[in-house]
Design a protein around this ligand. Structure first.
Ligand code: 5AD
Ligand code: SF4
Length: 438
C-alpha cells in the first residue's frame, strides 16, 4: 500500500501526439485534485513513452532506474506510471521487468486517476484496452495552453508500413467527429492558443461522413482569435486535391507540409509497403507547389531498411536533391518486434547505416540552410512562443515553421511583423517592422 499521491509529474517522449496526450493526462489528474510538480518532488511520475525505435523504448527502463535512484537518495519512493506506446506494446512485461505501479495504454489513459487509486490500494493497475468508445469524451475541458497548441483529430493507422509499430500500439485509424474537434479548438483558443496543429498519424485521411480534412480546416479558419492552422503527419496516398487547394485558398493554413517519403527508391518503398513510388511522390509535390509556390516541405527518412543497396540509397540522395526540403527528420532503421520487416533478410551492417545517415543528414542540413538563406529579406509574421537565451530576445515561428529570434519588448502569444534579416543553419533573426506601442 502507498498513500494516494498528492503531486504528479508527466514526462512525454516521442511524437507530438504524446505531447498532446501528456497534457491531457495532466489535466485529468489536476481535475482529480492532484497538483503538478517537478519530477524530483512528485509523488507520482508518469512516463509517457515512445516505441517507434529500439533506443526510445530502452530509454524508459534507464529513466525508471534513474528516477528510483534519485528519489531513493532523498528517502522517497514515488509511484511510477508507464503510459504511451511502450505501455501498449509491453504491458505486464514492464511490471515484471521494472516493478512499476501503473501501466496504461494510449487509448485507456482516461482511466489514469482510477488506476492510480487502485495502485495506492495495493492492487494491480494495468489497462491496455482499446475500447470502441473513445477516451476523448471522458477528458476535461482544455483550460490553459500556450500560443501554439496541439489537437488530436485522428489517431491510429491502417497503412501497415512493414517497419512500423504504430498500427499495433495506437490501433486502427479513427477520426474524431467534426463537432467535437471544433468545440475543442474553440476551447483551445479561449485557453490562449493562437495556432493549432491538427494531429494524426495519418491526419490527411481524417474523415467524418464524407467531410475531409480540408472541410475541417475551412471551418476552423473561421474561428475568431485563431490565427494559424497546421496539420501533421500526412501520408502521400491520402493527399487529396481539396487539401492541396486549401493551401492556395485558406488564409490561416500555414505554408508548410510534412509529407514523409521514407526512401527515394521505388524498390525499397515497395518492400516498406508504402503504396506510393518515387515518381508519384514527386508529381504530388509538383501539384502542391503549383498551389502554394512558397510552401516549405518536410519529410521523414529511414536509412538502412533491410536490402537497401548503395543504388537504393543513391536514389534517396537524388530525391532529396530534387525536392529541396526546408527541414526533415532522418533515422537509422530499427527492427521492431512483431513487424514484418523485423523478419526480413539482408540486414544492412551498422557501419553502412551510420555512413548513410551521415551523408543524408549532411544533404538535408545543406538544404535547410539554403532554404533559410533564401528567406532572408522576406517580411512575415512571427508567433512568439517563448523567451530566447539572450536578455530581451524572444523566440517564435515563421509561417514556414522556422525558428526566428526577435529582439524587443514582445510577449508570448504576440504576432510580430518582422523582416527576416539573417539566417543560420537552423534558425533566423527577425527585425520587428513596427515598434510596439508603449
Ligand atoms: N526504424 C526507424 N525509423 C522508423 N520510423 C518509424 N518506424 C521506424 C523504424 N522501425 C520513422 C519513420 C516515421 C517516423 C515517425 O519514424 O520515418 O515517419
Ligand atoms: Fe507508421 Fe506507416 Fe502508419 Fe506512418 S503510415 S504511422 S509510418 S504504419
Amino acid at each position: 500500500m502507498k498513500s494516494p499521491p498528492k503531486t504528479f509529474h508527466v514526462k512525454s517522449f516521442g511524437c507530438q501526439m504524446n505531447v498532446y496526450d501528456g497534457e491531457r493526462m495532466a489535466e485529468l489528474m489536476a481535475a482529480d485534485g492532484m497538483v503538478a510538480a517537478e519530477a524530483s518532488d512528485a509523488d507520482l511520475v508518469v512516463l509517457n513513452t515512445c516505441h517507434i525505435r529500439e533506443k526510445a523504448t530502452e530509454k524508459v527502463y534507464s529513466d525508471i532506474g534513474r528516477l528510483r535512484k534519485d528519489a531513493g537518495k532523498q528517502g522517497r519512493a514515488p509511484m511510477i506510471a508507464v503510459a504511451g506506446c511502450v505501455a501498449q506494446a509491453e504491458g505486464a512485461e514492464i511490471v515484471a521487468r521494472a516493478k512499476v505501479d501503473v501501466v496504461v495504454g494510449p487509448q485507456a489513459y482516461h482511466h489514469l486517476p482510477a488506476l492510480v487509486a487502485k495502485a495506492a490500494a495495493g492492487e494491480a493497475a494495468l489497462d491496455t484496452d482499446m475500447p470502441p468508445a473513445s477516451k476523448f469524451g471522458a477528458l476535461p475541458k482544455r483550460r490553459r495552453v500556450g500560443p501554439s497548441a496541439f489537437l488530436t483529430v485522428a489517431e491510429g493507422c491502417d497503412k501497415f508500413c512493414t517497419y512500423c509499430v504504430v498500427p499495433y500500439t495506437r490501433g486502427a485509424e479513427i477520426s474524431r467527429p467534426f463537432d467535437a474537434i471544433v468545440e475543442e479548438a474553440r476551447a483551445l483558443v479561449e485557453a490562449g492558443a493562437r495556432e493549432i496543429t491538427l494531429l494524426g498519424q495519418n491526419v490527411n485521411a481524417w474523415d467524418d461522413d464524407g467531410r475531409g480534412l480540408h472541410d475541417l480546416i475551412r471551418a476552423l479558419d473561421r474561428l475568431p482569435g485563431l490565427a494559424r492552422l497546421r496539420y501533421t503527419t500526412s501520408h502521400p496516398n491520402d493527399m487529396r486535391q481539396g487539401l492541396i487547394d486549401a493551401h492556395a485558398q485558406v488564409p490561416s493554413l500555414m505554408p508548410f507540409l510534412h509529407l514523409p517519403v521514407q526512401s527515394g527508391s521505388t524498390r525499397i518503398l515497395k518492400a516498406m509497403n508504402r503504396s506510393h513510388g518515387r515518381d508519384n511522390y514527386l508529381r504530388l509535390l509538383d501539384r502542391v507547389r503549383a498551389a502554394r509556390p512558397d510552401i516549405a516541405l518536410s519529410g521523414d527518412f529511414i536509412v538502412g531498411f533491410p536490402g537497401e543497396t548503395d543504388a537504393d540509397f543513391a536514389d534517396t540522395l537524388s530525391l532529396v536533391d530534387q525536392v529541396g526540403y526546408a527541414q526533415a527528420f532522418s533515422f537509422k532503421y530499427s527492427p521492431r518486434p512483431g513487424t514484418p520487416a523485423a523478419a526480413m533478410a539482408d540486414e544492412v551492417p551498422a557501419a553502412v547505416m551510420d555512413e548513410r545517415l551521415q551523408r543524408l543528414q549532411a544533404a538535408l542540413g545543406r538544404d535547410q540552410a539554403a532554404f533559410n538563406r533564401a528567406s532572408v529579406g522576406r517580411c512575415c509574421e512571427v508567433l512568439i512562443e517563448r523567451q530566447g537565451k539572450l536578455p530581451g530576445q524572444m523566440l517564435g515561428k515563421s509561417p514556414w515553421l522556422q525558428s526566428v529570434h526577435v529582439m524587443g519588448d514582445h510577449a508570448i502569444g504576440d504576432m510580430v511583423e518582422v523582416e527576416l534579416a539573417a539566417a543560420g543553419p537552423v534558425s533566423l533573426t527577425g527585425v520587428a517592422r513596427i515598434a510596439k506601442a508603449a
